[in-house]
Design a protein around this ligand. Structure first.
Ligand code: FAD
Length: 423
């Protein structure tokens, strides 16, 4: 497809890595610039400063990986997932006894899959490492970009940091096309705004999240897989409490990655706990059964040790500039996590972008000969037009699904609807 181009991918998260794989598979020269050090280096701090979080991977994301054309990737990803066939709602009856109520996602038994985000990301990096036309630049932070002259500037962070009092070394890099997959606080988006009339909207919701772990059960070496898990591994577990909720997603080692989603005022209340018993009492009241899975002392330690992080929702338009740049994933449409689609939608961006780029390249080659920049400019305009309505819709659905997860699953109306659907 015409002359080979130099493609810069900014951000080596799941979306940037998949985009690099698509670009490299088409034979272009790909350079990946990542702010942090290599994720596969054990000393690298995970993105959320705790263990890597588990995610729900759905057909949207799997399909994008399938289209990357690397069977090894799909085999690995599918082999490293745990199917979740529905929600398991946990609660307490009026008589004080605990109950679990399964709510399947699909009448035909189709599942979403639990996957370790770090594991998926590392696998993508391993595959890219094997490609001769891909070069990684870890510890490189994008600090500036000129999208008219296709030049970018990166601060080089020796050993992953900039020493105090030392002027950081900066390098200038030229490119044909930049793919910005540098997350919710995207520098690519920030610089792109200087070149195009970008509408931009961001919103923090009044909810913080904090991660907890349910440890694996002590394993009998002869035991089957299921016995490693304290609760059923094939569900996304929810303790709904109307204004807040606690969820648990299974991991391959038998543990569960759990998340407390609650308004800031709840965190402030729990942080002020001189006697140290408030947190387990709060959990016993609102999330019955959790203190049997996470001992109270661990619950307190994890609450104070793990960060309390905000949730942001971002919409912007357009997602591209001319033939020079596009933003994908959280950089273009960070969303609250309640629909389990942030990463999935980002991976889908990659598939849709390259479908459209390929279509225009083929059409242009047949008619007017090879001008990759002109062809790409047309493709990016189409990508923005096609993708933005969907990105905005999924952002809205994600916001609405918080109410569904923390409250509607408990409501009599929900039960009636389910009853009617099933009868
Ligand atoms: P990121 O993962 O943020 O990666 C961006 C990369 O760019 C990072 O490596 C960063 O270091 C790098 N970078 C940043 N700035 C620069 C710079 N200036 N120069 C160079 N590099 C830079 N999604 C799902 O699909 N399913 C789920 O179940 C799900 N659950 C979630 C639960 C929680 C609690 C949260 C917070 C999110 C969840 N998400 C889920 C969303 C998902 O985590 C994100 O959508 C996904 O990680 C976005 O991937 P990305 O590659 O676009 O961005």
């Amino acid at each position: 497809m015409g002359l080979k181009q130099k493609i810069l991918v900014v951000g080596a998260g799941p979306v940037g890595s998949l985009a690099a794989l698509y670009a490299a598979s088409r034979g272009d020269k790909v350079e990946i610039y990542e702010l942090r050090s290599d994720l596969r280096d054990p000393s690298t701090t995970p993105l959320n400063f705790t263990r890597s979080i588990n995610l729900a991977l759905s057909e949207r994301g799997i399909n994008a990986m399938r289209h990357a054309g690397h069977q090894k990737l799909i085999d690995h990803v599918m082999g490293a997932t745990i199917p979740m066939r529905g929600r398991m709602i946990h609660g307490k009856r009026a008589d004080g006894s605990l109950y679990e109520e399964p709510q399947d996602y699909d009448a035909h038994g189709r599942c979403i899959l639990a996957i370790d985000r770090g594991g998926l990301n590392k696998r993508l990096l391993d595959i890219l490492d094997e490609m001769p036309n891909v070069t990684f630049f870890f510890n490189h932070k994008l600090t500036g970009a000129d999208f008219k002259n296709n030049k970018a500037w990166f601060e080089v962070r020796e050993n992953g940091s900039v020493s105090q009092g030392q002027r950081p070394r900066e390098i200038e890099v030229d490119f044909d096309f930049m793919i910005g997959a540098d997350g919710a606080h995207s520098a690519v988006r920030y610089h792109m705004m200087k070149y195009t009339r970008m509408d931009y909207q961001q919103m923090y919701i009044d909810t913080l999240w904090c991660e907890f772990q349910i440890p694996p059960k002590t394993i009998d070496p002869d035991a089957s897989l299921g016995s490693k898990f304290s609760i059923s591994p094939n569900y996304l577990h929810i303790w709904p409490a109307k204004e807040f909720m606690f969820i648990a997603i299974p991991s391959e080692d038998g543990s569960f990655t759990c998340t407390l989603f609650a308004p800031a005022v709840v965190y402030e209340h729990l942080e002020f706990d001189p006697a140290g018993s408030l947190i387990p009492r709060f959990f016993d009241k609102h999330f019955p059964g959790v203190t049997a899975l996470i001992p109270p002392a661990d619950l307190i330690t994890q609450f104070h040790r793990n960060p309390h992080l905000p949730l942001i929702s971002i919409k912007c338009s357009p997602h591209h500039y001319g033939s020079s740049a596009v933003i994908l994933g959280d950089a273009a449409h960070a969303m609250v996590p309640f629909y389990g689609q942030g990463m999935n939608a980002g991976l889908e961006d990659v598939r849709i972008l390259f479908d459209i780029l390929d279509k225009h390249a083929i059409l242009d080659e047949m008619s007017s000969g090879v001008d990759r920049a002109a062809s790409r400019a047309r493709a990016l305009a189409e990508y923005t037009a096609v993708r933005i309505p969907d990105a905005h819709a999924i952002n809205d659905l994600a916001l609405q699904n918080y109410v569904e997860m923390r409250a509607s699953v408990l409501s009599p109306l929900y039960r009636l609807r389910k009853f009617l659907e099933e009868s």
